[in-house]
Design a protein around this ligand. Sequence first.
Ligand SMILES: [Fe+2]
Ligand SMILES: [Fe+2]
Length: 184
Amino acid sequence: MTDSDYPAILAELHRDHRIFTRIISALEDELQKIRRGESENWKRLADSFEYFEAYSDLVHHPREDIIYRYCRDVCATAIPALQGLELEHAEITGKTAGLKRQLDEIFADGMLNRDSLISEIEGYLTMQKAHMWREETKIFPMLLDTLGKADWAHLLQSRVSAVDPLFDDEARQAYDALYQRIIK
Ligand SMILES: [Fe+2]
Ligand SMILES: [Fe+2]
């Protein structure tokens, strides 16, 4: 399925997933290098978590939450498939904040426990990937089957005003620049 087959909001969420996947793969490369003792680019890790915190957790997941809630309201048979997704968003958001704090502390006070931090980040990335995989393979196709044109038009209206009034073009450009730095 190509982006043009998706309604605009879903195409954007799908595009976000591609960006997150590239960031995750850059992080995995970086962690491997750190484990092998080849480099210690903790700034790249900190930048990635800044991206996750500011975009994935504050914009992407809330947008999905609105769609999932709406879908549950208009289609009871979709409820089981959507089970637990908002809780996963909350769990990911909590872990992002905790890991970002630990990464920021490295620059302030040095690192307390390098190996446990690396393992924690790896666990976080595994969770993010499993979550996106579920959305891409099960949830987004189910949304496409369940919601029609009028539903997507309604969601586009409510999403814009409800979730990201502060995430304007300037913010988007700043995070695009951060993304380019991370994947370089
Ligand atoms: Fe999600
Ligand atoms: Fe997502």
